[in-house]
Ligand binder design. Structure first.
Ligand code: PHE
Length: 451
């Protein structure tokens, strides 16, 4: 039998997993969700959601992945042969592909914004016109489609390189580079006059903002940001060596993801305040506001604005790519492992399928904006379907599988590497996976249903 590929080192494991986790979720989604739910209080909810609910699911997924050394569908088949669990595994092959279809559209926006920055498009117009550029861009039929196509092409290109040649190499360079880029923007942002109010907004919690709605949003964001419930972490973990400490690599990934989100928030929100804008202005926050702010920052020197803006969009693009790669990899692993398909064929078929669905999402901001599915535009429908339902459902399945289907002995053996590590903490983690996490997710479902 063919030897399954492995990640080369612990750093490579964490870099690839963090590469998947850190993405548009941290830099595009976290700042505006935080802005909508009131700043510092939301940060507290988010940290709690990450540690108590999301981290145990992270462990559940990586445990299943490494124990089975398979893709999501194969994992369930291997660990619970002849049961219906494998259909649950199949769900998590489909959901990341749906996710990729619209994620690639937003990834395309960052491609476009990088080009706009590099070609001085933001400095050629008055600052006040910049926010309108976004609306004009996404409502036009062709530009976003080209951008979406370019982004999907990049994703397929890296996935074609295989685990070592492509994903690992790319993540190893992109992640540290991204970290430095965001840090530089944070420092720049904090020096702006008026940034202090933004810092206060992020540090002084207003506890009246701690509502059920905000709690559900925090958990949804934790799922999205940690790439949970879609089999991505499971698939990556299937490439982890048997002597790697799952608890350490999981914690390393979760902490890096959290750090990135916080750094992004501290880079974006103070700048928003400095410019006298609203933190709760929605999904357009990064794409509409930041180029406007960068323009102002340049104080009439186009080169400065262009430089800051380009650096920022390179960072977003790198983050979006490493995440998107991991979404495609889930499906590719399924087709190569289960169907014996060639990696190249599998990659092109899936990338093409996602690209085609993405076209509908992209057009739903323009020519197809009147077409509604259950009252949502195509893009919004997929976004709600994925983050509100499919991700939590996948997470629930994984945590129930580990907590209630696999034997305690098997779970313990995998988590402790045959009683050599994590033996003391195992009881706590197992308790969280069996009881706390499933109940937490069901509460999120109920909140979503009742709201
Ligand atoms: N975690 C990624 C982000 O923050 C999104 C993602 C979700 C990636 C699910 C893979 C799987 O952008």
């Amino acid at each position: 039998m063919k030897q399954r590929e492995h990640f080369g080192s612990r750093f490579a494991v964490i870099a690839a997993m963090a590469g998947s986790a850190v993405g548009l979720g941290n830099i595009w989604r976290f700042p505006y969700i935080l802005g909508e739910y009131g700043g510092a209080a939301f940060i507290l909810l988010y940290v709690a959601a990450c540690l108590l609910l999301a981290l145990p699911i992270f462990y559940a997924e990586s445990l299943i992945g490494r124990a089975s050394r398979s893709d999501t569908f194969g994992a369930m088949k291997k660990l619970a042969p002849g049961t219906a669990w494998r259909w649950a595994g199949l769900l998590t092959v489909v959901s990341p592909l749906l996710l990729l279809s619209y994620y690639s559209v937003v990834g395309g926006w960052s491609v476009e914004y990088l080009f706009k920055s590099l070609s001085f498009s933001f400095t050629d117009v008055p600052a006040d016109d910049i926010p309108h550029l976004f609306g004009r861009f996404i409502s036009s039929p062709w530009q976003p489609l080209f951008a979406h196509t370019a982004f999907m092409g990049l994703v397929a290109g890296v996935v074609l390189g295989g685990v070592k040649g492509g994903i690992e190499k790319f993540s190893k360079v992109a992640m540290p580079a991204l970290f430095l880029l965001i840090l530089a923007i944070l420092v720049y942002s904090l020096t702006l006059p008026g940034a202090g109010r933004g810092v206060e907004y992020l540090l002084k919690p207003d506890f009246s903002k701690v509502t059920a709605d905000a709690g559900a949003a925090a958990l949804g964001q934790a799922f999205f940001s940690l790439s949970l419930g879609v089999g991505t972490i499971l698939t990556y973990a299937s490439y982890i060596k048997k002597d790697e400490n799952l608890m350490v690599s999981g914690l390393g990934t979760a902490v890096s993801d959290l750090l990135f989100a916080l750094i992004a928030a501290f880079a974006v929100i103070p700048a928003v305040f400095a410019a006298g804008l609203q933190p709760g202005s929605g999904p357009g926050l990064v794409f509409e506001t930041l180029p406007y702010i960068f323009h102002k920052m340049g104080q009439g020197v186009p080169l400065v604005s262009t430089l800051v803006s380009s650096v920022f969009f390179v960072a977003i693009l790198a983050a979006a790519l490493t995440s998107a790669i991991s979404m495609l990899e889930v499906g590719v692993a399924f087709l190569t492992d289960e169907r014996g398909m060639k990696r190249r064929t599998a990659t092109w078929i899936l990338a093409f399928g996602c690209w085609a669905v993405g076209i509908l999402c992209s057009l739903s901001f323009g020519p197809l904006s009147h077409v509604k599915v259950l009252g949502y535009t195509f893009f919004d429908f997929l976004d709600h379907l994925c983050s509100d339902w499919l991700l939590p459902l996948g997470g629930l399945i994984f945590t129930l599988f580990v907590g209630w289907k696999m034997s305690k002995k098997e779970v313990r053996n995998e988590f402790t590497n045959g009683e050599t590590v994590n033996t003391r903490i195992f009881g706590v983690i197992y308790f969280l996976m069996r009881f706390v996490t499933p109940v937490g997710i069901v509460i999120v479902f109920l909140t979503n249903l009742l709201m």
